[in-house]
Design a protein around this ligand. Structure first.
Ligand code: ARG
Length: 355
Protein backbone atom coordinates (compact mmCIF):
# COMPACT_ATOMS: atom_id res chain seq x y z
CA UNK A 1 0.00 0.00 0.00
CA UNK A 2 1.32 3.49 -0.90
CA UNK A 3 2.56 5.30 2.18
CA UNK A 4 1.44 8.78 3.20
CA UNK A 5 5.06 9.68 3.84
CA UNK A 6 6.61 8.00 0.78
CA UNK A 7 7.35 11.31 -1.00
CA UNK A 8 10.98 11.79 0.02
CA UNK A 9 11.94 8.11 -0.15
CA UNK A 10 13.48 6.56 -3.24
CA UNK A 11 13.10 2.90 -2.22
CA UNK A 12 10.37 0.66 -0.93
CA UNK A 13 10.66 -0.27 2.73
CA UNK A 14 12.15 -3.71 3.34
CA UNK A 15 9.40 -6.30 3.65
CA UNK A 16 10.41 -7.54 7.09
CA UNK A 17 10.71 -3.97 8.34
CA UNK A 18 7.29 -3.24 6.94
CA UNK A 19 5.76 -6.13 8.83
CA UNK A 20 7.72 -5.19 11.95
CA UNK A 21 6.48 -1.62 11.75
CA UNK A 22 2.87 -2.43 11.03
CA UNK A 23 0.29 -2.23 13.79
CA UNK A 24 -2.87 -2.92 11.82
CA UNK A 25 -3.06 -6.47 13.17
CA UNK A 26 -3.88 -5.01 16.58
CA UNK A 27 -5.01 -1.41 16.00
CA UNK A 28 -7.48 -2.53 13.33
CA UNK A 29 -9.99 -2.98 16.12
CA UNK A 30 -10.12 0.82 16.48
CA UNK A 31 -11.57 1.32 13.00
CA UNK A 32 -14.84 2.72 14.31
CA UNK A 33 -13.12 5.19 16.62
CA UNK A 34 -10.75 6.22 13.85
CA UNK A 35 -13.63 6.95 11.49
CA UNK A 36 -15.69 8.71 14.17
CA UNK A 37 -12.71 10.95 14.96
CA UNK A 38 -12.17 11.68 11.29
CA UNK A 39 -15.81 12.62 10.76
CA UNK A 40 -15.59 15.14 13.61
CA UNK A 41 -12.33 16.50 12.20
CA UNK A 42 -13.76 16.82 8.68
CA UNK A 43 -16.87 18.55 10.02
CA UNK A 44 -14.72 21.09 11.83
CA UNK A 45 -12.46 21.63 8.79
CA UNK A 46 -15.54 22.42 6.72
CA UNK A 47 -17.15 24.68 9.34
CA UNK A 48 -13.93 26.66 9.79
CA UNK A 49 -13.52 27.10 6.03
CA UNK A 50 -10.18 25.27 6.02
CA UNK A 51 -11.54 22.94 3.35
CA UNK A 52 -14.65 23.63 1.30
CA UNK A 53 -18.03 22.53 2.63
CA UNK A 54 -18.43 20.34 -0.41
CA UNK A 55 -15.13 18.55 0.29
CA UNK A 56 -16.11 18.13 3.92
CA UNK A 57 -19.46 16.67 2.91
CA UNK A 58 -17.84 14.24 0.49
CA UNK A 59 -15.24 13.14 3.00
CA UNK A 60 -17.88 12.48 5.65
CA UNK A 61 -20.00 10.51 3.22
CA UNK A 62 -16.96 8.54 2.11
CA UNK A 63 -16.02 7.75 5.71
CA UNK A 64 -19.55 6.62 6.49
CA UNK A 65 -19.40 4.35 3.47
CA UNK A 66 -16.10 2.82 4.61
CA UNK A 67 -17.54 2.22 8.07
CA UNK A 68 -20.64 0.55 6.64
CA UNK A 69 -18.55 -1.62 4.32
CA UNK A 70 -16.21 -2.67 7.12
CA UNK A 71 -19.16 -3.59 9.33
CA UNK A 72 -20.93 -5.54 6.61
CA UNK A 73 -17.72 -7.36 5.72
CA UNK A 74 -17.71 -5.98 2.21
CA UNK A 75 -14.41 -4.25 2.91
CA UNK A 76 -11.60 -6.04 4.73
CA UNK A 77 -8.63 -4.53 6.52
CA UNK A 78 -5.46 -4.76 4.47
CA UNK A 79 -2.93 -6.63 6.62
CA UNK A 80 -0.04 -4.96 4.78
CA UNK A 81 -1.21 -1.44 5.71
CA UNK A 82 0.99 0.35 8.23
CA UNK A 83 -1.86 1.03 10.62
CA UNK A 84 -5.59 1.63 10.81
CA UNK A 85 -5.20 5.39 10.29
CA UNK A 86 -3.34 4.93 7.01
CA UNK A 87 -5.68 2.20 5.89
CA UNK A 88 -8.78 4.37 6.28
CA UNK A 89 -7.20 7.38 4.58
CA UNK A 90 -5.85 5.32 1.71
CA UNK A 91 -9.26 3.72 1.22
CA UNK A 92 -10.92 7.16 1.30
CA UNK A 93 -8.49 8.47 -1.30
CA UNK A 94 -9.09 5.40 -3.41
CA UNK A 95 -12.80 6.20 -3.35
CA UNK A 96 -12.69 10.02 -3.62
CA UNK A 97 -9.38 10.87 -5.25
CA UNK A 98 -7.56 14.02 -4.06
CA UNK A 99 -10.51 15.12 -1.91
CA UNK A 100 -9.75 12.17 0.38
CA UNK A 101 -6.23 13.49 0.99
CA UNK A 102 -7.62 16.76 2.41
CA UNK A 103 -8.82 14.92 5.51
CA UNK A 104 -5.24 14.95 6.74
CA UNK A 105 -5.18 18.78 6.78
CA UNK A 106 -4.28 20.12 10.25
CA UNK A 107 -3.82 16.65 11.63
CA UNK A 108 -1.11 14.06 12.18
CA UNK A 109 -1.30 10.39 12.99
CA UNK A 110 0.15 11.34 16.34
CA UNK A 111 -2.91 13.21 17.56
CA UNK A 112 -5.10 10.81 15.64
CA UNK A 113 -3.83 7.72 17.46
CA UNK A 114 -3.96 9.53 20.80
CA UNK A 115 -7.60 10.33 20.07
CA UNK A 116 -8.54 6.85 18.85
CA UNK A 117 -7.15 5.15 21.90
CA UNK A 118 -9.07 7.48 24.22
CA UNK A 119 -12.30 6.88 22.37
CA UNK A 120 -11.69 3.15 22.43
CA UNK A 121 -10.81 3.00 26.12
CA UNK A 122 -13.78 5.18 27.02
CA UNK A 123 -16.15 2.69 25.44
CA UNK A 124 -14.51 -0.36 26.93
CA UNK A 125 -14.40 1.18 30.38
CA UNK A 126 -18.13 1.71 30.24
CA UNK A 127 -18.58 -1.97 29.48
CA UNK A 128 -16.20 -3.07 32.23
CA UNK A 129 -18.05 -0.85 34.68
CA UNK A 130 -21.35 -2.43 33.82
CA UNK A 131 -19.88 -5.93 34.15
CA UNK A 132 -18.50 -4.92 37.54
CA UNK A 133 -21.92 -3.59 38.54
CA UNK A 134 -23.48 -6.94 37.61
CA UNK A 135 -20.99 -8.76 39.80
CA UNK A 136 -21.76 -6.32 42.62
CA UNK A 137 -25.47 -7.05 42.33
CA UNK A 138 -24.83 -10.79 42.37
CA UNK A 139 -22.67 -10.40 45.46
CA UNK A 140 -25.28 -8.34 47.29
CA UNK A 141 -28.03 -10.86 46.47
CA UNK A 142 -25.88 -13.71 47.70
CA UNK A 143 -24.90 -11.86 50.86
CA UNK A 144 -28.58 -11.14 51.52
CA UNK A 145 -29.33 -14.87 51.34
CA UNK A 146 -26.55 -15.62 53.79
CA UNK A 147 -26.98 -13.08 56.54
CA UNK A 148 -27.22 -15.96 59.03
CA UNK A 149 -24.90 -18.49 57.44
CA UNK A 150 -22.20 -18.95 60.03
CA UNK A 151 -18.67 -19.67 58.86
CA UNK A 152 -15.18 -19.48 60.30
CA UNK A 153 -13.31 -16.23 59.72
CA UNK A 154 -9.58 -16.74 59.25
CA UNK A 155 -6.33 -14.98 59.93
CA UNK A 156 -3.12 -16.71 58.79
CA UNK A 157 -5.59 -19.19 57.28
CA UNK A 158 -6.15 -20.40 60.82
CA UNK A 159 -9.70 -20.41 62.21
CA UNK A 160 -9.97 -17.12 64.07
CA UNK A 161 -13.52 -15.94 64.90
CA UNK A 162 -17.01 -16.81 63.73
CA UNK A 163 -18.43 -14.59 61.00
CA UNK A 164 -21.24 -14.93 58.47
CA UNK A 165 -20.88 -15.65 54.78
CA UNK A 166 -22.80 -12.44 54.10
CA UNK A 167 -20.19 -10.45 56.01
CA UNK A 168 -17.37 -12.17 54.13
CA UNK A 169 -18.93 -11.61 50.70
CA UNK A 170 -19.57 -7.95 51.38
CA UNK A 171 -15.84 -7.44 51.97
CA UNK A 172 -15.38 -8.21 48.27
CA UNK A 173 -18.27 -5.93 47.40
CA UNK A 174 -16.39 -3.06 49.05
CA UNK A 175 -13.27 -3.78 47.01
CA UNK A 176 -15.27 -3.93 43.80
CA UNK A 177 -17.05 -0.68 44.64
CA UNK A 178 -13.67 0.99 44.87
CA UNK A 179 -12.69 -0.61 41.55
CA UNK A 180 -15.83 0.79 39.99
CA UNK A 181 -14.99 4.20 41.37
CA UNK A 182 -11.44 4.04 40.09
CA UNK A 183 -12.75 3.32 36.60
CA UNK A 184 -15.09 6.30 36.76
CA UNK A 185 -12.27 8.48 37.99
CA UNK A 186 -9.94 7.33 35.21
CA UNK A 187 -12.66 8.01 32.68
CA UNK A 188 -13.12 11.51 33.99
CA UNK A 189 -9.43 12.32 33.83
CA UNK A 190 -8.89 10.93 30.36
CA UNK A 191 -11.90 12.62 28.83
CA UNK A 192 -9.90 15.42 27.18
CA UNK A 193 -9.38 15.65 23.45
CA UNK A 194 -5.87 15.55 21.93
CA UNK A 195 -7.02 16.60 18.43
CA UNK A 196 -5.29 19.72 17.18
CA UNK A 197 -1.99 18.76 18.82
CA UNK A 198 -1.06 17.51 15.34
CA UNK A 199 2.46 16.08 15.21
CA UNK A 200 3.50 17.89 18.43
CA UNK A 201 3.38 21.65 17.97
CA UNK A 202 -0.22 22.24 16.93
CA UNK A 203 -1.01 23.83 13.60
CA UNK A 204 -1.14 27.23 11.93
CA UNK A 205 -4.53 26.42 10.40
CA UNK A 206 -7.36 28.25 12.21
CA UNK A 207 -8.90 25.07 13.64
CA UNK A 208 -11.60 24.94 16.30
CA UNK A 209 -10.48 22.51 18.97
CA UNK A 210 -13.52 23.24 21.11
CA UNK A 211 -15.78 22.04 18.36
CA UNK A 212 -14.04 18.68 17.79
CA UNK A 213 -13.82 18.10 21.54
CA UNK A 214 -17.53 18.77 21.87
CA UNK A 215 -18.54 16.69 18.86
CA UNK A 216 -16.70 13.71 20.31
CA UNK A 217 -18.13 14.06 23.82
CA UNK A 218 -14.95 15.25 25.53
CA UNK A 219 -14.95 17.66 28.47
CA UNK A 220 -12.48 19.98 26.70
CA UNK A 221 -9.41 19.94 24.43
CA UNK A 222 -6.12 18.95 26.05
CA UNK A 223 -4.21 22.00 27.23
CA UNK A 224 -0.73 21.24 25.87
CA UNK A 225 -0.02 19.86 22.40
CA UNK A 226 3.19 18.00 23.36
CA UNK A 227 1.33 16.35 26.19
CA UNK A 228 -1.56 15.70 23.84
CA UNK A 229 0.48 13.39 21.61
CA UNK A 230 2.79 11.80 24.16
CA UNK A 231 0.56 11.18 27.15
CA UNK A 232 -0.47 7.60 27.73
CA UNK A 233 -1.55 8.14 31.35
CA UNK A 234 -5.02 6.92 30.55
CA UNK A 235 -3.63 3.55 29.43
CA UNK A 236 -1.55 3.31 32.59
CA UNK A 237 -4.37 4.41 34.88
CA UNK A 238 -6.79 2.00 33.30
CA UNK A 239 -4.27 -0.85 33.42
CA UNK A 240 -3.70 -0.04 37.07
CA UNK A 241 -7.42 -0.08 37.84
CA UNK A 242 -7.73 -3.36 35.95
CA UNK A 243 -4.72 -4.96 37.65
CA UNK A 244 -6.22 -4.13 41.02
CA UNK A 245 -9.66 -5.34 40.00
CA UNK A 246 -8.05 -8.60 38.87
CA UNK A 247 -6.13 -8.82 42.14
CA UNK A 248 -9.45 -8.67 43.99
CA UNK A 249 -10.97 -11.31 41.73
CA UNK A 250 -7.87 -13.41 42.21
CA UNK A 251 -8.04 -13.33 46.01
CA UNK A 252 -11.71 -14.21 45.83
CA UNK A 253 -10.89 -16.98 43.35
CA UNK A 254 -8.29 -18.41 45.69
CA UNK A 255 -10.91 -18.63 48.44
CA UNK A 256 -13.37 -20.32 46.15
CA UNK A 257 -10.70 -22.83 45.18
CA UNK A 258 -10.17 -23.56 48.86
CA UNK A 259 -13.88 -23.63 49.65
CA UNK A 260 -14.69 -26.25 47.06
CA UNK A 261 -11.82 -28.54 48.02
CA UNK A 262 -12.72 -31.68 50.02
CA UNK A 263 -10.79 -30.21 52.94
CA UNK A 264 -13.22 -27.27 53.26
CA UNK A 265 -16.34 -28.28 51.32
CA UNK A 266 -18.12 -24.98 51.99
CA UNK A 267 -19.47 -24.74 48.45
CA UNK A 268 -20.09 -26.74 45.33
CA UNK A 269 -19.80 -25.20 41.90
CA UNK A 270 -22.55 -25.72 39.37
CA UNK A 271 -21.75 -28.36 36.74
CA UNK A 272 -21.85 -25.69 34.03
CA UNK A 273 -19.02 -23.80 35.72
CA UNK A 274 -16.59 -26.59 36.62
CA UNK A 275 -14.65 -29.29 34.83
CA UNK A 276 -13.97 -32.94 35.62
CA UNK A 277 -11.35 -35.59 35.16
CA UNK A 278 -11.54 -38.60 32.88
CA UNK A 279 -9.84 -40.95 35.33
CA UNK A 280 -10.66 -39.45 38.75
CA UNK A 281 -14.44 -39.19 38.98
CA UNK A 282 -14.36 -37.72 42.49
CA UNK A 283 -12.95 -34.49 41.09
CA UNK A 284 -14.73 -31.27 40.20
CA UNK A 285 -12.15 -28.71 39.20
CA UNK A 286 -12.62 -24.97 39.69
CA UNK A 287 -10.95 -24.07 36.40
CA UNK A 288 -12.55 -20.64 36.06
CA UNK A 289 -11.12 -19.40 39.33
CA UNK A 290 -7.72 -20.91 38.63
CA UNK A 291 -7.64 -19.19 35.26
CA UNK A 292 -8.60 -15.90 36.85
CA UNK A 293 -5.79 -16.32 39.37
CA UNK A 294 -3.43 -17.06 36.48
CA UNK A 295 -4.63 -14.24 34.25
CA UNK A 296 -4.14 -11.76 37.07
CA UNK A 297 -0.41 -12.21 36.59
CA UNK A 298 -0.87 -11.40 32.96
CA UNK A 299 -2.81 -8.17 33.60
CA UNK A 300 -0.23 -7.07 36.18
CA UNK A 301 2.29 -7.76 33.40
CA UNK A 302 0.33 -5.49 31.04
CA UNK A 303 0.58 -2.64 33.55
CA UNK A 304 4.31 -3.26 33.92
CA UNK A 305 4.71 -3.29 30.14
CA UNK A 306 3.13 0.14 29.86
CA UNK A 307 5.14 1.72 32.65
CA UNK A 308 8.42 0.27 31.39
CA UNK A 309 7.61 1.34 27.83
CA UNK A 310 7.02 4.94 28.90
CA UNK A 311 9.67 5.54 31.50
CA UNK A 312 12.55 6.52 29.22
CA UNK A 313 10.68 8.29 26.44
CA UNK A 314 11.57 11.88 25.60
CA UNK A 315 8.74 14.13 24.39
CA UNK A 316 6.85 13.94 22.16
CA UNK A 317 5.71 10.90 20.10
CA UNK A 318 8.03 7.91 19.79
CA UNK A 319 7.26 4.70 17.99
CA UNK A 320 7.70 2.80 21.24
CA UNK A 321 4.24 4.08 22.08
CA UNK A 322 2.70 1.80 19.48
CA UNK A 323 3.34 -0.93 22.06
CA UNK A 324 0.68 0.57 24.33
CA UNK A 325 -2.16 -1.06 22.44
CA UNK A 326 -1.43 -4.76 22.76
CA UNK A 327 -0.84 -4.33 26.48
CA UNK A 328 -3.99 -2.37 27.27
CA UNK A 329 -6.17 -4.40 24.88
CA UNK A 330 -4.93 -7.61 26.46
CA UNK A 331 -5.81 -6.30 29.92
CA UNK A 332 -9.27 -5.19 28.78
CA UNK A 333 -10.05 -8.44 26.94
CA UNK A 334 -9.01 -10.60 29.84
CA UNK A 335 -10.82 -8.61 32.51
CA UNK A 336 -14.01 -8.79 30.48
CA UNK A 337 -13.68 -12.55 30.06
CA UNK A 338 -13.02 -13.00 33.75
CA UNK A 339 -16.01 -10.92 34.83
CA UNK A 340 -18.28 -12.65 32.34
CA UNK A 341 -17.46 -16.10 33.72
CA UNK A 342 -16.97 -15.29 37.39
CA UNK A 343 -20.37 -13.66 37.94
CA UNK A 344 -22.59 -16.52 36.73
CA UNK A 345 -20.29 -19.03 38.43
CA UNK A 346 -20.86 -17.22 41.71
CA UNK A 347 -24.59 -16.86 41.13
CA UNK A 348 -25.02 -20.60 40.53
CA UNK A 349 -22.72 -22.09 43.18
CA UNK A 350 -24.34 -24.06 45.98
CA UNK A 351 -23.47 -23.08 49.53
CA UNK A 352 -23.17 -26.12 51.81
CA UNK A 353 -24.55 -24.37 54.85
CA UNK A 354 -24.09 -27.24 57.30
CA UNK A 355 -20.37 -27.49 56.61
N1 ARG B 1 0.63 3.20 14.47
C1 ARG B 1 1.14 4.31 15.23
C2 ARG B 1 0.92 4.04 16.72
O1 ARG B 1 0.14 3.22 17.05
C3 ARG B 1 0.43 5.57 14.84
C4 ARG B 1 1.24 6.81 14.99
C5 ARG B 1 2.34 6.85 14.01
N2 ARG B 1 3.01 8.11 14.02
C6 ARG B 1 4.23 8.26 13.51
N3 ARG B 1 4.74 9.43 13.57
N4 ARG B 1 4.87 7.25 12.99
O2 ARG B 1 1.54 4.61 17.56
Amino acid sequence: MAKLWAGRFSKEVDETVNAFNSSIAFDGRMYKQDITGSIAHATMLGDCGIISREDSRQIIKGLQGILADLESGELELDPTAEDIHMFVEAELTKRLGDVGKRLHTARSRNDQVALDIRLYLREEMGEIRSLTAKLLHTLCDLAQQHLDTIMPGYTHLQRAQPITLGHHLMAYAQMLLRDYDRLLDTEKRMNYCPLGSCALAGTTYPIDRQQTAKLLGFTAPMANSLDGVSDRDSCVELANALALLMTHLSRFSEEIILWCSWEFKFIELDDAYATGSSIMPQKKNPDITELIRGKTGRVVGDLTTLLAMLKGLPLAYNKDMQEDKEAIFDAIDNVKLCLKTFTPMLATMRVLKDN
